[in-house]
Design a protein around this ligand. Structure first.
Ligand code: FES
Length: 181
């Protein structure tokens, strides 16, 4: 089962420290700029291209930095504050670098009662992430808790990038992790 309009965010292995100069995504002549212009051309308002533009950034960089928000704002004639508001509103957009495998565990009540907290602990331990929201030292994993994934009858469901795994137990976690490419 797959949700969302495009491929999962992938880590790119390089760091994103603020000391580095920002490299724009939509550079003149780039395929991404062409893609963005094609989307813009389909709508009467440039603003309609905001969500696709943010997806493009996330696919390229793995997350959406403040500089990227400014770049997207300039492309679409919006303010950076407006773009930030949208990025903040949608949980699918990452405002910080995340691991190549973004692991979301449902911990809403029905799943919690079925032991979702133990599943979270197992992911934190076996990925080396240690804490929720932190990326593992190898850059491969980030684990977060999320609200109901709509699979309450299959506790505990876990979303890894755009794939769903149901009936996850702590015992199954190592096998799930080793199956990730
Ligand atoms: S409460 Fe966990 S999927 Fe609904």
């Amino acid at each position: 089962m797959s949700h969302g309009p495009s491929a999962p965010a992938q880590g790119h292995g390089h760091t994103h420290g603020h000391h580095e100069a920002y490299e724009p995504v939509f550079t003149p002549g780039s395929a991404r700029l062409k893609e963005l212009q094609d989307v813009i051309a389909r709508y009467p308002e440039k603003m309609a291209a905001l969500l696709p533009a943010l997806w493009m950034v996330q696919q390229e960089r793995g997350w959406i930095s403040p500089e990227a928000m400014t770049e997207v704002a300039a492309q679409l004639g919006l303010t950076a504050a407006y773009v930030k508001g949208v990025v903040t509103f949608y949980t699918m957009y990452h405002q910080h670098p995340v691991g190549k495998h973004f692991i979301q565990v449902c911990t809403t009540s029905p799943c919690l009662c079925a032991g979702a907290d133990k599943v979270v602990d197992a992911f934190l331990e076996h990925t080396g992430c240690k804490e929720l929201g932190l990326t593992s030292p190898d850059g491969k994993y980030t684990v977060i808790e999320v609200e109901c994934l709509g699979a309450c009858g299959f506790a505990t469901p876990v979303q890894i990038n755009e794939d769903y795994v149901e009936n996850v137990t702590p015992e199954k976690v190592p096998e799930i992790l080793s199956s990730l490419k």
